[in-house]
Design a protein around this ligand. Sequence first.
Ligand code: PMP
Length: 318
Amino acid sequence: ICWSVGGGWHRPRVSPYGPIALDPAAAVLHYGQEVFEGIKAYRHADGSIHTFRPDQNARRLQRSARRLALPELPAPYFIQSLRELIAADGAWVPSGADQSLYLRPFMFAKEAFLGVRPAHKVNYYVIASPAGAYFTGGVKPVSIWLSEDYARAGKGGTGAAKTGGNYAASLLPQAEAYEHECDQVVFLDEARNVEELGGMNIVFVYKDGRIVTPQSESILEGITRDSILQLAIDRGHKVEGRAVSLTEWREGVASGEIAEVFACGTAAVVTPIGVLKGRDFFDEQPTGTLALELRQELTDIQYGRAEDKHGWMLRLDA
Ligand code: PMP
């Protein structure tokens, strides 16, 4: 779908996958004016194709777009774009355990000009790719590297938006994590509060059953986290969204107050955190069963094996 100043949203169409022609002066290439989403389509046992809380992705795309001075795509257009892609290419939705079709809606500044201002011409696309199970041979706890030298987002910045620049900023710290034999990087804010991983939110489970997760303006509000926490509330857990300092994390683990630490996002769903490693420390993390139980409960809803009591699923192929 195209958008222009004066013309609004127009020209929705489905076309075969292939390169996009861009003018070398296209604003996105120079000023990074772009936003995106990540969402999955699941095949249920009867062959039907469903997606999970697309209204939430539509709203987050709008919030991201607003921050990047891009036009807001109306939610019905967002949902229609997923339906049309499935109508054209639904055969690509795999049917194996934990398999899905990953959908990547994205919007960028196509207008060609050199100068820093919001573009007057913008394109929105959806592409898709079959995604296998994130973990093969069972869910394994991941190890996390604490980034001390780099920040992912600053106050008043674009941290809460899903935009490429945030991910560009996380590549070097992620490479540092790999150098230290860690799977993922965790970021702190200026006050040394815990933010999130490169592509997942973080959740702490206290031994009294309380669940605490960082809340701030510079964190991407994960839809998986919101859903997992709702399932936890349904089970009677108390959930707090607030600042969590690195000290609270490390002392909570050392004293046994924190019973479990896990990360969550669309790609991995839920993954326990096994180790937190920093420049001068190595903290083993406690593991429990709640993360895996919530993971099972959520995937049972997504794959149509359990009742969708919150009305989260939307059928795409009918
Ligand atoms: N934080 C970041 C930085 C992410 O890229 C993602 C993945 N979209 C998440 C958190 C988790 O969000 P969601 O559960 O909506 O996938």
